[in-house]
Design a protein around this ligand. Structure first.
Ligand code: HT7
Ligand code: ZN
Length: 878
């Protein structure tokens, strides 16, 4: 298995200016004819042309109509003795879409044809220089049986269509925008479409289409509205217009990731398109909006300007995640709804990216090497990459960032570029900014892995009435990087007086750009309460020994909603980890309970915010806090402490939960707006607490109410909330409700995924949940072949249910190893993602550590493991 290194980049030997592709589509054997206009790269004369190809059968190679000699080298088709002038190259080959279980390249799903070419799927369709810096104009002819495949779609504009003999038909598509092969797509399937014509602010007319299976048309309105909103937002916020007459979204149920931004023909996992109140939750509605936005925004950040090589992946992904996060915040509207979105994003970053940055897969936002590029579609490249862009925006200001984006497009539209090019454009457009003056140091965020620890210490001098804040930073070693240079860290902050009133004029963004720096604040009557890293202005771990009193002040009064929430989480973490460390039962104190009660009763706070404050830090997050402190992680001790705290919050805040349920359990007709979503989220949290407490007290009333709610619910958020309350509260009514739910939604694949996931996420109790997961894996509806279904049980258990996964007998690890090995045999991308579940095994306490290692070795022992999974387990064991 070979390593690809960033430093080895060389420009392509040849450019492909145009490609004329013709497909004779048959599930068992598809014939592909590719005619390319090839131009030697004048900077690299005399080189052979190397074409990538994988799992396809070559039948013919012609240059300017004549057969030529060729050979294969390292899996590539190599052509030498080439004309020095531009020439036409014709390749004929076949592939077998119905045998393509990897879901990369051309494959079948639900009887139709679909493609997935990023990162290296195009080579599984035909021989081509399958690299993002080779950009060509594509013309595509599709031929297929008209009955089975009535819709024939590809990128760009439809130029011709008609019938052929033997019941076949054809369509010809032309995409005028040069693009890399990873953005190619085709769909040939029996689909229906929701269509809408729009005229944009700038007066351009466009046709928007969302294609789905016949029964799903009623679930496409939200995706269409999200697309329209995305188009309007990109034009208003960044001046970026839709550059195509027709923009299509197609939903497919077998898909390895969330969605794909193919030029003009986005292909989506059904999970991120289909949404109706009866089948999708508020979270699903939010995800559809953000994924539709994300893929649409790629049209400029990714497609018009693409990556020079795959090491630059964050150039498009980090920037596009930043853009979709901003879009969702703008759609949320109010200041507090924006903060809720920011809290959710940061929670996700900490849950997934921070552990990644502390484990064996830690890598820079711009990695230096890879074995399988598909393994580098990571939280670091996407979410930390977005934080890097956000820090740039903080350092140059909102208008400055817009100027920088304008310059980036002016300079690089139509090119394949690097992360350096992006940072340079933002800096050059803001020459006096804190970014431009520290650009080289700032770019360490692209080069150095690991989450920096930011230490803060304050000292008040009563004599001079001044308070000095000292910030210092340190980044732990990561694989292959022992010593780190200091990062440039923007620290947004403000000061409060002890009674919670803000200290006038104290708000600012400090820029820490060395190992240690101090700032002094004058004219203070007493030591202030510091609110640091407001809005989570940098992806760091803040080590700030705030007192309990300070945290209560911040929770109650900080002007920054993010830091109010953060203070609440810190108060919870202290208690939870205190119990874990002491090995003693957790007993909640009156001060904490009073503070939580005050939050729940505060009429100035939104429901969504209250729900976030009252949701305890996850077991995974708590484990990382221990690991950061160098303490062995005992997942069962964490689970026990968290369950004890949940039970006490349920019991001691009973009156408040009941009052909240009464106030918010009826939100009327379904609308997925932030206020209604917040009310539903809080009502569901209240119900979960009420059922938990009722089960503990053996009281039937709230369990009965939850069952009634489950039956009467007018939307999926409420129905699943009630079902979750019963199942996760271990009510005796749960089994019957689960059965009914399954019967009710038998034909709705995405809802059945929820049915599996909900059970896999249940808080573990005496091994019952893992036993249930193991038996659900044998359920007739369960399948490893469909990625959504496979993930519903396995990813939910490994990523979201440490109590069920980390067992002292190692049985869940063994189960995991067996599934990874099995999936690896047919879908390496899915297997290698699942294989990451035990990345953090070294941080575990015994016996988990030894058992986890053995399970990883068990995966590694499979002789014919894919390069994808091999890379993960090799790094884990290194
Ligand atoms: N750019 C898309 C990446 C993607 C992908 C990568 C590897 C294998 C399968 C894949 N499907 C989609 C998704 C995005 O970030 O928008
Ligand atoms: Zn993306």
């Amino acid at each position: 298995d070979t390593l690809t290194r960033r430093e080895d980049y060389v420009a392509p030997s040849h450019w492909i200016r145009t490609v004329d592709l013709s497909f004779d589509l048959e599930p068992a054997k598809t014939l592909v004819i590719s005619r390319m206009q090839v131009e030697p790269n004048a900077d690299r004369p005399g080189q052979p042309l190397r074409l990538d190809g994988e799992d396809i059968t070559l039948t013919r190679v012609l240059i300017n109509g004549e057969s030529v000699s060729f050979h294969f080298e390292d899996g590539q088709l190599v052509l030498d003795k080439l004309p020095a002038e531009p020439f036409q190259l014709e390749i004929r080959n076949t592939c077998a879409p119905e045998k393509n279980t990897q879901l990369s390249g051309l494959y079948t799903s639900g009887g139709g044809f679909f493609t997935q070419c990023e990162a290296q799927g195009f080579r599984r369709i035909t021989y081509f220089p399958d690299r993002p810096d080779v950009m060509a104009v594509f013309r595509v002819t599709l031929k297929a049986d008209a009955k089975r495949f009535p819709m024939l779609l590809s990128n760009g504009n439809l130029v011709e269509s008609g019938t052929l003999d033997k019941g076949r038909h054809f369509a010809v598509w032309h995409d005028p925008h040069p693009k890399p092969s990873y953005l190619f797509a085709l769909v040939a399937a029996d689909l229906v479409c929701r269509e809408q014509k729009i005229r944009t602010r700038s007066g351009q007319d466009h046709t928007l289409q969302v294609y789905v299976r016949a029964g799903d048309l009623d679930k496409t309105e939200h995706a269409m509205n999200s697309l329209i909103a995305s188009i309007a937002w990109d034009e208003a916020r960044f001046g970026l217009k839709l550059d195509l007459e027709r923009f299509m979204i197609v939903a497919v149920s077998d898909f390895n990731m969330g969605a794909m931004e193919n030029k003009g023909l986005n292909i989506f996992n059904t999970k991120f398109v289909l949404a109706s109140p009866a089948t999708a939750t508020d979270v699903d509605f939010g995800n559809v909006e953000s994924v539709v936005g994300h893929e649409y925004f790629h049209n400029w950040t990714g497609n018009r300007i693409t990556c020079r090589d795959w090491f630059q992946l964050s150039l498009k992904e980090g920037l596009t995640v930043y853009r979709d996060q901003e879009f969702s915040q703008d759609m949320a509207g109010s200041l507090s709804a924006r903060a809720v979105k920011r809290i959710e994003d940061v929670r996700g970053l900490r849950q997934t990216q921070f552990p990644e940055d502390a484990g064996p897969m830690a890598h820079p936002v711009r990695p230096d090497s890879y074995q399988a590029i598909d393994n580098f579609y990571t939280a670091t490249v996407y979410d930390k990459g977005a934080e890097v862009v956000r820090m740039m925006a903080t350092l140059v200001g909102r208008e400055g960032f817009r100027r920088g984006m304008d310059l980036y497009f002016a300079r690089h539209d139509g090119q394949a570029v690097t992360c350096d090019d992006f940072a340079q454009a933002i800096a050059d457009a803001n020459p006096d900014s804190a970014l431009a003056t520290r650009l080289e140091a700032f770019k360490r965020w692209y080069a150095q892995a690991g989450t920096p620890r930011l230490k803060a210490a304050g000292r008040f001098d009563a004599e001079t009435r001044s308070w000095t804040l000292t910030l210092s930073q340190h980044t732990p070693a990561t694989p292959g990087q022992t010593d780190k240079w200091p990062f440039v860290i923007p620290v947004a902050m403000g000061l409060l007086q002890a009674d919670g009133t803000p200290v006038a004029g104290s708000e600012r963004v400090l820029v820490l750009d060395s190992a240690q720096q101090s700032w002094t604040f004058d004219a203070l009557d007493a030591a202030p309460v510091a609110s640091l890293l407001r809005g989570f202005s940098a992806p760091v771990i803040l080590d700030w020994e705030a007192s309990e009193a300070e945290l209560f002040t911040l929770l109650g009064h900080d002007a920054d909603a993010f830091n109010r929430w953060e203070a609440g989480q810190r108060l919870a973490v202290t208690r939870l980890l205190g119990a874990v460390r002491a090995g003693a039962p957790l007993v909640l104190d009156a001060a904490y309970l009073d503070a939580m009660r005050a939050v729940l009763r505060d009429e100035t706070l939104d429901c969504a915010f209250k729900e976030l404050v009252l949701t305890l830090p996850s077991e995974g997050y708590l484990a990382e806090r221990l690991a950061e402190a160098g303490e062995p992680v005992d997942p069962q001790a964490i689970h026990a402490a968290r369950e004890a705290m949940r039970a006490q919050l349920a019991r001691d805040l009973h009156e408040d939960w009941a009052a909240l349920w009464d106030a918010h359990s009826n939100t009327g007709g379904y609308r997925p707006d932030p206020v209604s979503c917040g009310r539903r989220a809080l009502a569901n949290l209240a119900l979960a607490n009420l059922v938990l407490d009722a089960v503990a007290r053996e009281d039937a009333v709230w369990q009965g109410r939850a069952l009634q709610r489950f039956k009467d619910a007018g939307n999926m958020t409420d129905r699943l909330g009630a079902l979750g309350a019963l199942v996760h509260g271990r009510s005796q009514l749960a089994a019957n409700a689960l059965e009914r739910f399954h019967a009710m939604f038998r034909g709705e694949a995405l809802v059945i995924d929820k049915w599996f996931a909900l059970q896999a996420a249940a808080p573990e109790h005496d091994g019952e949940v893992f036993t249930q997961i193991r038996s659900l894996a044998k359920h007739p509806d369960y399948s490893l072949r469909n990625p959504n279904r496979a993930r519903s049980l396995l990813m939910t258990m490994t990523a979201l249910n440490p109590g069920a996964f980390h067992r002292a007998d190692g049985s869940a690890y063994a189960f995991w190893a067996e599934k990874v090995r099995e999936i690896d045999g047919f879908n390496p991308q899915l297997a290698s993602r699942l294989a990451r579940a035990l990345d953090r095994w070294r941080a575990l306490a015994e016996p988990y550590r030894t058992l986890a290692r053995a399970a990883i070795e068990q995966v590694a022992a499979k002789p014919e493991l894919s390069p994808d999974t091999r890379e993960i387990v090799t790094r884990a064991l290194a």
